[in-house]
Design a protein around this ligand. Structure first.
Ligand SMILES: [Zn+2]
Length: 210
């Protein structure tokens, strides 16, 4: 895919997420790896109204080399790209249901959302570590995300929201969507003792599709 095609795709996927309520105001940011660096949504931009030509461009060392000023949360993306050579894109949202789970005090810190459906397991993977609360912009968040991202394709920032990676932009966006829907199911089913996928069913999914 050319850089121009990646710019168009990123803006189109972002607008779709915004239109369906996955992001409001200027919340959320999306990045994609290029052959010569990265694209990321600009600071204070709305996912609903991105101009593909004005996306921030970073070089391979994450220095700003073109377009508008990058998101203040660029370091979350850098943490994933540094930790995972397979990450081609990163999506960070403050989507309601996943963020609601991120506010619960009693979740499993390795798997805050249990394996309810196969597509969640296939897209997000075996674990999604919950990281403690950090003030937005706190530099201590980056090494914590980087360490967690070595073991997982997605992390959940306590009282903040999810950060999700994927091999491609489409993969990362689909994983963020699947995560939000799984969080919704989990919250709907809390207190109902739902039937979960078994450990063997999860291993079978990961062996077949992971
Ligand atoms: Zn955020």
């Amino acid at each position: 895919m050319t850089e121009s095609e990646t710019r168009e795709l990123l803006a189109g996927l972002a607008a779709s997420l915004y239109a369906r309520g996955f992001s409001v105001g200027s919340a959320g940011n999306i990045s994609a790896r290029l052959d010569d660096g990265f694209l990321i949504t600009p600071t204070n931009s709305s996912l609903g109204r991105l101009d593909p030509a004005r996306l921030a461009k970073l070089d391979g060392g994450f220095r700003h080399v073109g377009g508008d000023k990058p998101s203040k949360e660029v370091f979350m993306h850098r943490a994933f790209y540094t930790a995972r050579s397979d990450a081609g894109a990163v999506v960070h949202l403050h989507s309601t249901m996943a963020t609601a789970v991120a506010c619960l005090p009693d979740v499993n810190e390795e798997n805050p959302i249990p394996p309810l459906t196969p597509y969640f397991v296939m897209r997000v993977g075996r674990t999604m570590p919950v990281l403690r609360y950090y003030r937005p912009g706190d530099a201590a968040m980056e090494p914590a995300i980087e360490a967690a991202a070595r073991q997982a394709r997605a992390v959940l920032l306590a009282n903040h929201g999810p950060v999700v990676s994927g091999r491609t932009l489409v993969d990362a966006v689909y994983a963020a969507e699947e995560l939000e829907e799984a969080a919704k199911l989990y919250l709907l089913l809390r207190g109902h003792s739902p039937r979960l996928l078994t450990a063997a069913q999860v291993e079978d999914l990961l062996a077949t599709f992971g």
